[in-house]
Write a new protein. Structure first.
Length: 526
């Protein structure tokens, strides 16, 4: 009877998670927020280009963004409704959200043996409005969070049971991490080191045995990284194209750095401060405070995990994504901005928010430590539940920071005027020259047939069209200045605007312009 009741409670908990997930998706969809991020639209289009393109094929995956988030939506991207609503990508974020909450519950249960506390910790994760928004989008964060939590859960299982069957599972989760976000390349490395430290220092295993187990976990992780290096070598001729190529984060940050130096680069204090503010705004100040209190008790007050050293390793394990983000900011590999930093890299209010969603990586740690806190006293659990509900209320009223960035910040779509113009003017048989690396969202929002677009992935025409666009395209979309757009770089900088002999400026927007082939050229080509 007791087992029956427990299983019914678990089913109800799963039903609540499903309700949260789908309710959030439909709510944000009705508000037109599912694809508000530039990156949301770009992720969807990259997948669609594999099957819908002048040169369809797997090579359309490109070489900058890691592939898993673009491979999974292939199951649904062929459907126009699933493509344009974002559901083709969002469904995998939603599944990841649900499974993440389940594994947080199971992780806390593993460490405490207390179900109510485990529910409280899972509730802290599931009711966070920022993760509810991100799980409604095709962005990569929700999927990565799940793979990270899954790897941590299997590490905890291995630590407690010493059952070697969990080692391949840890490696497999690491493999999925390194093919989802570059965070995983660093985080999985730290996870492997923590495994080694636990085995060698606390289990007192031999160096050979400890290294052997570390190797078993590392092989699938290394294989995942190797796949991406080989892919970049075969497609782009450089295994590190993703890191140093013209479309890499490094290249984009170099453009930003020209107008306003990155304030976090080379400064540990500002890097830590930047991520702290971002994490606080994602997790919530009250939930963060409760989580910090729970982590202190976990570290310094006796619990089911007797060894202080092991508790520290578990503490460090959940902080690995936070450590990565601070290090990436310090090294200049990453960039984010939030009004608390008082940094305005360009004369535009949108610049006050950028990549604030990175702070969501601190949520799993906060949720775990709140669960650990709730396991101490019954009234701690009751208090934590009230704080979690109150935090959601405060976040809703003050504004969901990830939504603000996606609608007002630099991560938002700022070329709706251009896409609206194209939607209205481009004919069914017209060809459009456009850099998909820069204006993928324009292609998505304009609803132009992707087969009408000449872009970097159309290798047989791209180079020729840049040289003689009048022979290939009726329309050209390009940036209004030197921001790294290859169309602007070729037609304006290299060719000294020679193309203007054949094209008229049809529309000038704030960030980009549209050129239309002159009528006499149009007639001559027919």
């Amino acid at each position: 009877m007791i087992t029956y009741l427990k299983s019914r409670i678990d089913l109800w908990a799963l039903a609540i998670l499903l309700f949260f997930s789908f309710s959030a998706f439909f709510a944000f969809s009705n508000l037109n927020l599912v694809t508000s991020y530039n990156d949301s639209m770009s992720h969807l289009n990259l997948t669609r280009l594999i099957i819908d393109n002048q040169e369809p094929g797997i090579s359309q995956l490109g070489g900058v963004w890691l592939p898993l988030n673009h491979i999974l939506p292939l199951l649904l991207i062929w459907n126009d409704m699933a493509w344009h609503t974002g559901f083709a990508g969002s469904i995998f974020s939603m599944i990841a959200y649900i499974l993440s909450a389940v594994l947080i519950y199971k992780s806390i249960l593993l460490l405490t043996g207390k179900k109510i506390a485990s529910y409280v910790g899972a509730f802290a994760f599931a009711l966070n409005l920022n993760i509810l928004y991100l799980q409604s989008t095709p962005l990569t964060e929700a999927l990565y969070v799940f793979f990270f939590i899954a790897s941590v859960y299997f590490i905890l299982k291995w630590m407690i049971t010493q059952d070697s069957k969990f080692l391949p599972l840890i490696g497999f989760c690491g493999f999925l991490q390194v093919l989802t976000r570059y965070d995983g390349w660093f985080v999985t490395g730290l996870e492997v080191l923590i495994l080694f430290a636990f085995e060698f220092m606390y289990n007192k295993k031999s160096l050979v045995e400890s290294l052997s187990k570390m190797l078993l976990v590392s092989i699938p992780i290394g294989f995942g990284i190797g796949i991406w290096l080989v892919w970049n070598l075969l497609i782009f001729g450089d295994p590190f194209f993703f890191a140093v190529g013209p479309y890499s984060a490094r290249a984009q940050q170099a453009v930003i750095n020209e107008s306003s130096p990155l304030i976090t680069k080379g400064d540990w204090a500002i890097s830590a401060k930047a991520y702290y503010y971002t994490a606080i705004n994602n997790v919530g100040v009250f939930v963060t405070a409760l989580g910090i209190f729970g982590s202190v008790l976990f570290l310094f007050v006796k619990s089911k995990i007797k060894s202080v050293g092991v508790r520290f390793l578990i503490f460090l394990l959940f902080l690995t994504p936070v450590i990565f983000n601070i290090l990436a900011l310090y090294l200049g590999f990453s960039i984010l901005n939030i009004p608390d930093l008082n940094w305005k890299p360009k004369d535009d209010e949108s610049a006050l928010w950028f990549n604030v969603r990175y702070g969501i990586m601190a949520l799993p740690a906060a949720a775990l430590w709140i669960g650990m806190l709730a396991s101490r006293k019954v009234w701690f659990g009751f208090l934590a539940t009230l704080v979690i509900i109150f935090q959601s209320y405060v976040t809703f009223n003050e504004g969901i920071i990830t939504v603000i960035d996606g609608t007002q910040g630099s991560s938002s779509y700022l070329n709706s005027d251009v896409s609206d113009y194209l939607k209205d003017k481009v004919g069914d048989d017209d060809q459009v020259l456009l850099a998909i690396s820069f204006y993928n969202p324009v292609a998505f929002e304009s609803r132009i047939d992707l087969k009408q677009i000449i872009h970097e992935g159309v290798s047989q025409k791209w180079g020729k069209a840049l040289g003689n666009p009048q022979d290939y395209a009726q329309w050209i979309v390009m940036s209004n200045g030197r921001v790294g757009d290859p169309v602007y770089g070729h037609l304006i900088d290299k060719s000294n605007s020679y193309f203007l002999q054949f094209y008229d400026l049809a529309y000038k927007g704030r960030h980009a312009s549209v050129y239309k082939i002159k009528d006499k050229m149009q007639e001559a080509s027919r």
